[in-house]
Design a protein around this ligand. Structure first.
Ligand SMILES: *[C@@H]1O[C@H](CO)[C@@H](O)[C@H](O)[C@H]1NC(C)=O
Length: 564
């Protein structure tokens, strides 16, 4: 008995010593909470603990080195009508913002006037960003919050980005990685088991790259070689771009000329890969979100080199990978798009899962390739429409509108009644051309309206809106004009002049922004600049020798001033 008791006592002491020696548990923010993994691939977890009948502690975590995490209860479609927590580290300062989004859905979240989230904390430990806060249940804490159900299911969603946001977030703080819908009943208990190991790659299908006498496709900086082997049922490929940093990708797309949905092979250097290069097998979504890595990585025998200042990565892939969403390479035309990015994913030490930066250049044509025969068909309808948009706008705003303004300002006497006919026809035509060119712009920005060339798009939109009113003012000025009026009225005439001047000025600026966006060569710049220079010279000369002409009873003469 005594012996037994002593043994138990010593055993207990030993355990106590062991516990004390181990020190307190690590104490991560989410320790001990209920857990649901809401994205397997990116290992994003959401935690909860119902601390009272009317409060729940919530947390979200992701293994990201920078960026933000968002968690929402939503009432509309995904993320619309949402009541958000938006968490990030601002330097070392933890931020858990209380936000909301209207039922319209897709805009940047607004920040509540009162942050009703309490016990807010954010930490990054061991490369994992975790945020935690307390949320009211069963009744909204304020008018900008939603009711979160204390019992029963809550419709929720998360979003994340690997780029640090502004505070408050702005529209460029778009989520970069996946976002998902899920639901949680806070009365349930759940644990997150470690993520399943990534699925093993398919067995090497005698995976040697064979590019002897391969076909070559080159477009801009992108060069691809390919050769199908119908005995091994594989395709050997190489992807190449200039420079050593960044990534180069080809996408077998289901929508001609558009990024996705599609099956992507993205090549980049990585010191973490045994051969120094990775070809990440991914799937592009249909929108602008970054492509997510496939569970099964199908590029095999990856090898790369930098030769003559170009990065070239070759690999072999099964013609049919048997993975949902992957393209099956058959003897037929297959739509592809290509893209090149300038930053190396994972900072040069990435894995197949590393999120890429946005592309710096991309194919602009609709490209179809038969990988068996090497036949390439390119249809650059989109590019042609962009060109048509550009030249219509240049014709309208660099030639017709300034010409029409000069006619109205200086040639009233010289042309008699004809000045108005000329002015009316050139300006109406220019307005109609602007609307037509704007319609084209809507068509070719359908996939990416919020993307690049923001200034050009916003200025263009404003010009189109004002352009709608300008001819109405002009027609009104014509209707209301009478030969014996004493002076030029502010409405509509002077308003019409100033609208016209500002429109021309901004349209000229926008023409340059558009040419810059499309990286046009010197010739169009010269044409546009000469036309503008000619316009200003004509303006100065006519101002000196003719002066502004107004047909009012009081100033039939040329007075050279116009704000009279
Ligand atoms: C969960 O909430 C209860 C109070 O209801 C509290 O005692 C417990 O410590 C909490 N657990 C964690 C992990 O926060």
């Amino acid at each position: 008995m005594i012996v037994t008791r002593r043994v138990v006592g010593i055993a207990c002491l030993a355990v106590l010593v062991a516990v004390l020696a181990a020190g307190p548990a690590h104490g991560a923010l989410s320790d001990g909470m209920e857990c649901q993994r809401v994205n397997e691939l990116l290992d994003i977890k959401v935690y909860w603990n119902k601390t009272s009948a009317t409060t729940v502690d919530l947390a979200i975590s992701a293994p990201i080195d920078a960026g933000w995490l968002g968690l929402a209860r939503f009432s509309g479609g995904t993320m619309s009508g949402g009541d958000f927590a938006f968490a990030f580290l601002d330097g070392t300062t933890p931020k858990v913002l209380d936000g909301f989004r209207s039922a319209a859905g897709n805009e940047v979240i607004s920040i509540d006037s009162t942050n009703s989230l309490t016990n807010r904390a954010v930490e990054r430990v061991g490369g994992v960003l975790t945020a935690r806060w307390t949320k009211a249940l069963d009744a909204p804490a304020d008018s900008e919050d939603l009711t979160w159900a204390g019992t029963g299911s809550n419709a929720m969603a998360f979003a994340m980005s690997t780029s640090n946001p502004s505070d408050p977030p702005v529209s460029s703080d778009f989520h970069s990685g996946a976002y998902n819908k899920f639901s949680i009943d806070f009365t349930t208990t759940a644990v997150c088991t470690p993520p399943p190991p990534p699925a093993a790659p398919p067995p090497p299908s005698s995976a040697a790259v064979d590019l002897t006498d391969a076909f070559t496709y080159a477009d801009g900086d992108f060069v691809m070689k390919f050769k199908v082997d119908t005995v091994r049922n594989v395709i050997s490929m190489s992807l190449s771009k200039s420079g050593t940093a960044g990534w180069v990708a080809v996408c077998f797309t289901t929508r001609p000329g558009l990024m996705g949905p599609g099956d992507v092979l993205m090549a980049y250097a990585s010191t973490a890969a045994s051969g120094g290069y990775i070809v990440s097998d991914r799937q592009n979504p249909s929108g602008r979100a970054a492509p997510a890595a496939d569970a099964q990585q199908d590029a095999q025998a990856v090898a790369g080199a930098e030769v003559g200042g170009r990065m070239t990565v070759e690999f072999v892939r099964a013609l049919n990978t048997n993975e949902a969403g992957d393209a099956v390479i058959t003897n037929s035309d297959i739509n592809i798009v290509w893209a090149i990015g300038s930053a190396t994913p994972g900072g040069g030490a990435g894995t197949a899962l590393s999120l890429p930066s946005k592309h710096a250049s991309t194919s602009t044509s609709e490209i179809k390739i038969n990988f068996f025969t090497g036949k390439v068909t390119e249809d650059n309808l989109r590019e042609r429409i962009i060109k048509a948009h550009a030249w219509l706008m240049i014709l309208a705003w660099i030639f017709m509108i300034p010409g029409g303004i000069l006619t109205a300002r200086y040639l009233k006497d010289a042309l008699g009644v004809w000045w108005f006919r000329v002015h009316r026809v050139t300006q109406w035509l220019a307005v109609l051309m602007t609307f037509a060119a704007f319609g084209m712009a809507i068509w070719f920005t359908q996939e990416d309206f919020k993307g690049e060339n923001k200034a050009h798009k916003i200025i263009g939109l404003l010009i189109v809106i004002v352009t709608f009113f300008e001819p109405i003012l002009g027609e009104l000025a014509n209707l209301m004009w009478s030969p014996d009026r004493k002076g030029t009225p502010i409405f509509p005439d002077i308003l019409h002049w100033w609208f016209g001047r500002f429109l021309s000025l901004f349209a000229m600026i926008n023409v340059y922004l558009g040419m810059k966006a499309k990286e046009w060569g010197a010739a169009p710049y010269v044409i546009v600049s000469l036309a503008i220079a000619g316009y200003f010279i004509a303006f100065i000369v006519l101002q000196f020798f003719v002066g502004a002409v107004h047909h009012n009873a009081s100033d039939d003469d040329d007075d050279g001033t116009e704000m009279k």
